[in-house]
Design a protein. Structure first.
Length: 632
């Protein structure tokens, strides 16, 4: 894969301003270390000078996959505190020779400089540029970028010193500078706050249902959910926040804002736990007087109550899977995190042991960070053990069990299902589109579409409960795969051996593609509002790939667009790049939610009929009647 990427980047036909291979390595190191998250489509565009590379669908997807793999390997080195120059980017034996334009490290440094200067505002927002330690680190990493940079650094920082000696010293100091730069970045990334202004004021409002969690209680509750040995469906824990009551949103806009911020908060906590860097939120601080942390409005007291609420709710999964020999240690850790939830309980404990309340509280404040990390580590280790016992090897910490969908599948594939209801594999494709949407879609907005906008008739209340429960579990499993960065076709939605056979109406992938297109079209306005203009061409290729097997008519409409009129030749190619297209679509969806949004609420695309002479919503550039409209 690296060979393909390297030859592609260094091809003379690439757009002017395209970075070279080693420049991309340095650029991506700067992106991986940036204090502010950079969306994939943004940095990919920067690599090609914000111009679209001239290539076909297969090559475009292959290069995108190679770029993402390279970025993930560099990012892993930063996150795991082992940053280093790539194996194929070595220093030349003569230190001063690394200043030559074609030297790998010189190119790497130019790429780093390009990426760092692009992200300079995010560094400036969180970091003092007067810090000489950081400044010298940056000078070291950009030392070999160009003679001009070197001359400036030489005159400013090392006047009168021999340039060859400086080059030798820089080569020796380079590994340490890489680690220092990455350490600065990790520290700032952990300090970047998650926007929860609307959510916080909403939860603290007196109009909320009795039992609604307060903001810091919610933080503790979500920490317990993120650490639980078994993943908890989003639809289930959402109800717990409001104690099963009606939140009474003032408007749809408030509803959307609260839901968006709630999911962002959970994702940030879940990512910290998965990455082994779980800490108390920055806005959940201790009060100077230890005993004051027991007061009802103390942030840490609220956090402890929320944690206790979440842990007790999920305790059965701990007791089922946690090693029995470590139960005493587990109980001590849980008691420690719950200690500030009730002053009465701590007083009782101190009386029974003859301990001093103030001294005990001071000790808990000191040990809380250690206990915090231990609980998170226990939860993730047990979760991975559970997955291994079920026969699935996790590729990331965010792995969940495959959803059980026996009742759902039987109901959806029954000939007597509601008219217009999606079939089972169509639902899988539909939910993939919903999960990847630029902004979260509430269940009440998409559940009705699964059943064709009609009220399904169940044989019994038990069947109805089972269908909805399994539908939400299916959604959660697809969502977890996308969040973990590993979207793939479901295991029970396999490709047929003959690529062309996947176009048959009953073929699993054909059904998946039809469901995906229906889901994407229903959210077209959301994509149109958020997708950057420069990404439209590549995004259209991705849509064409994922919708390819939906029908023979769709294929015929797209074959000419991609310069191929041989179905037997095109189908195997699409099969090969399908996984890459899934990842690219998910990356676009997960990458655009924080871009500037239109202030008005867009009308759902499925609420109005598209004209036959309007541009097709799949992004092909053709009129609807000559593209997706052929199938209707």
């Amino acid at each position: 894969m690296t060979t393909v990427l390297r030859s592609f980047l260094e091809d003379s036909r690439r757009p002017s301003g395209t970075l070279g291979y080693h420049e991309v390595q340095g650029f991506l190191f700067a992106i991986a270390c940036a204090p502010k998250r950079v969306h994939d489509h943004e940095w990919i565009a920067m690599i090609f000078g914000n111009l679209l590379p001239n290539c076909d669908l297969e090559e475009s997807l292959t290069v995108a996959k190679a770029l993402m793999d390279l970025y993930e390997s560099i990012k892993a080195g930063v996150v795991e505190n082992r940053p280093a120059l790539p194996d194929d980017c070595k220093f030349r034996p003569e230190p001063i020779a690394n200043l030559e334009d074609d030297a790998p490290v010189s190119q790497w440094s130019r790429g780093l400089l390009h990426g760092h200067l692009w992200m300079k505002e995010s560094w400036s927002a969180h970091f003092s540029w007067s810090d000489k330690y950081f400044e010298s680190t940056f000078v070291t990493l950009s030392f070999f970028a160009s003679k001009q940079v070197l001359e400036t650094a030489h005159a400013t920082h090392f006047p009168g010193e021999d340039l060859k000696v400086l080059a030798e010293e820089t080569v020796l100091g380079f590994p340490g500078a890489l680690k220092t730069y990455a350490n600065f970045a990790r520290r700032l990334q952990e300090d970047v706050p998650t926007g929860t202004t609307t959510l916080r004021s909403f939860l603290e409002d007196s109009r909320r249902p009795p039992g609604t969690l307060r903001y810091h209680e919610l933080q503790g509750f979500l920490f317990a959910i993120a650490c639980a040995p078994e993943p908890t469906p989003t639809s289930t824990w959402l109800q717990k926040i409001f104690a099963g009551g009606d939140p009474h949103y003032a408007s749809d806009k408030e509803n959307e804002a609260v839901f968006d911020e709630l999911m962002l908060l959970f994702d940030s906590i879940d990512a910290a736990v998965a990455g082994g860097r779980a800490v108390l939120p920055r806005d959940c601080t201790y009060r100077p007087e230890p005993l004051a942390n027991f007061e009802d409005d103390a942030p840490i007291a609220q956090w402890s109550r929320g944690f206790q609420h979440g842990h007790q709710w999920r305790e059965a999964s701990w007791l089922t899977h946690f090693p029995k020999r470590l139960l005493d240690y587990y109980i001590a850790v849980v008691s420690g995190l719950s200690s500030f939830a009730s002053k009465t309980n701590v007083e009782t404990y101190c009386r029974s042991t003859g301990g001093d309340l103030t001294a005990f509280t001071e000790t808990m404040v000191q040990k809380f960070p250690e206990i915090f990390g231990t609980y998170a580590r226990f939860g993730r280790q047990v979760r991975q053990a559970v997955v291994r016992r079920q026969g699935n090897t996790p590729r990331s910490p965010a792995v969940v069990r495959r959803a059980t969908t026996t009742t759902l599948r039987a109901f959806l594939d029954d000939p007597h299902r509601p008219h217009g209801a999606l079939r089972y594999h169509e639902v899988q494709g539909f939910l993939f589109a919903v999960v990847c949407a630029p902004r979260p879609v509430r269940p009440d907005d998409w559940v009705g579409m699964v059943f064709g906008g009609r009220l399904p008739e169940y044989n019994s209340a038990e069947q109805g409960d089972a269908v909805i429960k399994e539908l939400m579990q299916l959604y959660d499993s697809i969502n977890a795969a996308v969040v973990a960065g590993r979207p793939v076709l479901p295991g029970d939605c396999g490709l047929l051996a003959d690529p062309v056979a996947n176009l048959e109406q009953d073929a699993p992938v054909a059904q998946w593609s039809r469901g995906f297109l229906q889901g994407h079209r229903s959210l077209e306005e959301s994509w149109r509002a958020h997708l950057p203009q420069q990404a439209h061409d590549q995004f259209s290729l991705v849509l064409a790939t994922l919708g390819f097997f939906s029908s023979h008519n769709m294929v015929k409409a797209h074959l000419g667009t991609h310069g191929c009129d041989d179905l037997a030749m095109m189908a195997p190619t699409v099969v090969q790049v399908l996984d890459t297209a899934l990842g690219t679509y998910a990356a676009y969806g997960r990458g655009v939610p924080q871009l500037p949004r239109r202030s008005e609420r867009a009308e759902p695309a499925y609420a109005r009929k598209i004209g036959r002479n309007e541009p097709c919503r799949c992004g092909s550039g053709r009129k609807y009647k000559k593209c997706c409209g052929v199938t209707h």
